[in-house]
Design a protein around this ligand. Structure first.
Ligand code: FES
Ligand code: FES
Length: 155
């Protein structure tokens, strides 16, 4: 049965009517029009749907709206703006990472949460942090360069 949920997304509070088991991803994309988190696998296997919930990267395709309500959700749109990009967004442009771009959301949101926790990470630590993500276009080496570049910017 449908219930009303209050979602705090990128600093704004929204009310969404939904079944408690509905994936958060559907609320973000279909109800709030936030289309950065993508549907890839729907099984927590690829990371395309990643958002932050209270600072931690989560797979919004398998997180229910009931579990996310009450927390602070941040999407890629809340990470930076064209005028004030997050260092990862700037590094992605500098390194010309994207091919099709479908996976970008997952890599940047996962890396952003990681770099919040870990200053000056080694290449091995970055690889480990990003190991659960997929890019069908094979941009992995460029992604690694971009995350290293962003890590250096963040000091
Ligand atoms: S769509 Fe969520 S992990 Fe693939
Ligand atoms: S850039 Fe195409 S899936 Fe990663």
């Amino acid at each position: 049965m449908s219930r009303q949920f209050s979602l705090n997304v990128n600093g704004a509070v929204h009310t969404v009517d939904a079944d408690p088991d509905m994936p958060l991803l559907y609320a973000l994309r279909d109800d709030l029009g936030l289309n950065n988190p993508h549907f890839g696998c729907g099984l927590a296997q690829c990371g395309a749907c990643t958002v932050h919930l209270d600072g931690a990267p989560i797979r919004s395709c398998t997180t229910t709206i009931a579990d996310a309500a009450g927390g602070k959700i941040v999407t890629l749109a809340g990470l930076g703006t064209p005028d004030h990009p997050h260092p990862l967004q700037k590094a992605y442009i500098d390194e010309q990472v994207p091919q099709c771009g479908y996976c970008i959301n997952g890599w940047i949101m996962t890396a952003a949460a990681f770099l919040n926790e870990k200053k000056k990470p080694t290449k091995a630590e970055i690889k480990d942090a990003l190991s659960g993500l997929k890019c069908r276009c094979g941009t992995h080496m460029a992604i690694l360069r971009a995350v290293e570049r962003a890590a250096a910017m963040l000091g």
